[in-house]
Design a protein around this ligand. Sequence first.
Ligand code: GNR
Ligand code: NI
Length: 172
Amino acid sequence: MARLPILVAPDPRLKVKARPVEKVDEPLRRLMDDMLETMYAAPGIGLAAPQVGVDKRVLVIDIAKDGDPKTPLRMANPQLLWVSDDDAVYEEGCLSVPEQYADVTRPARIRVRFLDHQNEIRELDADGLLATVVQHEMDHLDGILFIDHLSNLKRNMILRKLSKSRKPLVGA
Ligand code: GNR
Ligand code: NI
């Protein structure tokens, strides 16, 4: 397994609609496992392929608490089959928007269909934090960041803070 570098906004590769995968084969399973290793190391509870510069509709999630057994989820080509009318608000963060947090409103419950790491079609019902993270990761596949759900004012405040906190490149 390998850790992959995580892209940070405003990288243009984070704004692209990612391409569906044809099937989940061995190289794609390796990508999913590298993404899980990268996510656990960050640490984060989700990661989408565009965040590591890969233009594919692939994401991984694990919302298990520290010290609990790992519960990795691997998804390719996820599709929302249903979203609830009721919303939930979570304070979100993103590995591609480091150290910035804001409340985001999304449907509270969802049903998602996807290809798992065995290339089998599966469906998952999610609520709570898992529903939020699945939607956050699926947004990445469409080039959408959590800050795109905020007012222009809040988004610009965060982007300004990000550009001020970015480490200068040595010699650049
Ligand atoms: O690690 C993460 N935490 C998080 C918290 C609230 C809502 C969404 C997330 S996802 C984020 C990792 C990430 O950037 N995934 O794309
Ligand atoms: Ni994110």
